[in-house]
Design a protein around this ligand. Structure first.
Ligand code: HEM
Length: 400
């Protein structure tokens, strides 16, 4: 998936802005109606649950683009499968249990077959369309290489390699697995980022107010567009500080390709697996100073690389060749979601909120994230939406 350039990624992400913006605005509208229906004029929602809608829509659009409706069916099935997997993860592991013909296992197998069948059919149809487009473009300077969605990127790469004698096409099976990986890697991680960022805004009203003022200054009476997002610097700092304190992926793994001797004399033999403890590095006072455990977005004012004493002390998306391919999409979703919500609501923690981060593959709030949303007096009209026009600079790609 790493064969894309900034020239491909920027327009691709920009096209997603209106879709993600609309889905957050729709969510906010539901909360506003719920608040209006309640005598108190405010509403308590568990954002850890509700944000799932936003991130599922975003990853489905990013992966399938024009085939969104077909993709939605597939990812709907995968969502159910992931719910079963996370339930199983909470239980005691009984070796071999997953092969037993229990009702849940039957259902999981059926869902898995359905996902593969639907994806294979979709990939077949899209490949035929891409081949026809490529044929039609032969002899012309048409750009069939640029992509509108991630599946298209894979299909284009496969079609190009089919024509290059030494290269191999990407097998359909691999494309199916890549689509499944994108959903798995992109949905819950981003839901957790949105959740922790909103919780932190609720806990820190001074930063919430600062971010809201910035959103109103930059966006005026409009909902945020792709031109506005790069200018929301305070929000960028808040998102980075959220990723530092509550990195959704708490660790990653590497295997040494060769013997390596570290500067302190410690020897890492070839093939040894190393756990990179992202969360621990992010909380290490030697890198972040004595306030390492405190929420202080200001530490990111000079950019992510200069926030800590060591430039690689901030690695929420990993690093190197296998670094997360979805980080710009995740940042875009987070900025857009926070900006849309801050324009509409005052946010505070509910008395029912218990601060208990826990690791269940990812970093979750153990008892959910019930927050209280009070609609602000001046609300954007329903007709307001995230609009698009040309953006000169690929600033989505910077780490703020
Ligand atoms: C806040 C959200 C996210 C976080 C914290 C996150 C974190 C990570 C981390 C830590 C890795 C491992 C990198 C390494 O080992 O160096 C990774 C890999 C990956 N992520 Fe993300 N991710 C996020 C969102 C996404 C999204 C939205 C997508 C989908 C577009 C995505 C797709 C992937 C893929 C495909 C890989 C494997 C890359 C490879 O092995 O080459 N991630 N992510």
């Amino acid at each position: 998936m790493n064969g894309w350039t900034d020239g491909d990624v920027v327009p691709f992400l920009q096209r997603l802005v209106p879709h993600v913006g609309r889905s957050v605005a729709a969510l906010a509208e539901k909360w506003r109606e719920m608040a209006a229906a309640d005598g108190s004029g405010e509403v308590e929602v568990d954002v850890a649950e509700w944000f799932q809608e936003v991130t599922e829509e975003a990853i489905t659009r990013a992966t399938f683009g024009g085939s969104y409706n077909d993709g939605r069916v597939v990812f709907g099935m995968q969502s159910q499968l992931m719910a079963f997997a996370s339930e199983a993860f909470r239980k005691v592991l009984v070796p071999g249990y997953r092969f037993m013909p229990t009702k849940k296992n039957w259902l999981s197998w059926k869902l898995d077959r359905g996902i593969r069948r639907n994806l294979t059919r979709l990939i077949g149809r899209r490949s035929e369309e891409a081949a026809a487009a490529m044929k039609a473009a032969e002899g012309e300077k048409a750009d069939t290489g640029s992509f509108r969605d991630l599946l298209g990127l894979m299909i284009n790469a496969s079609q190009r390699t089919t024509r290059a004698p030494a290269a191999k096409a990407i097998p359909v099976h691999d494309m199916v697995e890549e689509c499944k990986t994108l959903f798995f890697a992109g949905k819950q991680t981003t839901t957790n980022l949105l959740t922790w960022a909103t919780v932190l805004l609720a806990m820190h009203p001074e930063w919430q107010e600062r971010a809201r003022r910035e959103v109103l200054d930059v966006c005026g009476s409009d909902d945020p567009s792709k031109e506005h997002l790069p200018r929301l610097k305070t929000l960028g700092m808040i998102i980075n500080e959220t990723l530092r304190l509550y990195p959704p992926a708490v660790a990653t793994i590497r295997r040494a390709k060769a013997d390596v001797r570290l500067s302190d004399g410690c020897m890492i033999p070839r093939d040894m697996e190393l756990l990179i403890p992202i969360m621990a590095i992010h909380h290490d006072a030697r890198h972040w100073g004595q306030d390492a455990a405190q929420f202080n977005p200001a530490r990111f004012a000079g950019g992510a690389a200069r926030a800590a004493k060591h430039p690689l002390a901030f690695i929420p998306f990993g690093l190197g060749a296998r670094m997360c391919v979805g980080q710009n999409l995740a940042r875009l979703e987070a900025k857009l979601t926070m900006a849309v919500l801050l324009r509409r609501f005052q946010i505070r923690t509910s008395p029912n909120y218990v601060h208990a981060p826990t690791v269940l593959m990812l970093l979750y709030p153990q008892y959910g994230a019930p927050l209280i949303f009070r609609p602000l007096a001046s609300q954007p009209s329903a007709a307001d939406s995230t609009t698009s026009s040309s953006c000169p600079r690929p600033e989505f790609l910077c780490q703020d």
